[in-house]
Design a protein around this ligand. Structure first.
Ligand code: ZN
Length: 162
């Protein structure tokens, strides 16, 4: 391990200082290395949550859903820790936050530009395949401003056969 890596592992952090750090060499998966690459300390809890989040391909989860999965996996974390970790992952650029209705927040493991279908009946969010910013008839932003990101959520409702 280089001196720089050693600093990374021993640097104190406010909210997770009590959690132990997972050494990438001692771990069977790539998540500790992935967290380090994103500038995050690979604490035991972060690595375990990253495994739940990123271990099954692209997905959209709420903090509550991830908390339920963590509990089912016998991971001892609080909902507050799950929230904090999701926001840290988002700030580090490995997750994308999608706010729907202002109240419901989803975290997307796919950070590339794409749009979503929301099934209003059950609150499920799906990627719109092949969606890009091209094809949208965008208004020209005011002088001195540019489009930073576009979040398109197409709301769906199940057809009733009645
Ligand atoms: Zn998505």
């Amino acid at each position: 391990m280089s001196d720089m890596d050693r600093k990374l592992f021993t640097r104190p952090a406010s909210d997770d200082a009590s959690d132990t750090v997972v050494e990438p060499e001692a771990c069977a998966n790539a998540f500790p290395a992935r967290l380090i690459a994103a500038g995050l300390r690979p604490t035991r809890q972060r690595v375990a949550l990253a495994e739940l989040l990123f271990g099954r391909g692209d997905r959209h989860v709420t903090a509550e859903r991830l908390f339920e999965e963590a509990t089912a996996a016998r991971l001892s974390v609080s909902l507050a820790t799950v929230y904090n970790t999701l926001h840290q992952f988002t700030a580090a650029g490995i997750l994308r936050e999608i706010a729907v209705d202002g109240a419901r927040v989803y975290f997307d493991t796919n950070t590339s530009d794409h749009h979503h279908f929301l099934v209003e009946d059950d609150g499920e969010l799906y990627d719109i395949p092949g969606s890009t910013m091209a094809g949208l008839n965008l208004p020209k932003p005011p002088e001195g401003l540019k489009v930073a990101r576009i979040d398109v959520v197409v709301r769906l409702r199940r057809e009733t056969s009645a």
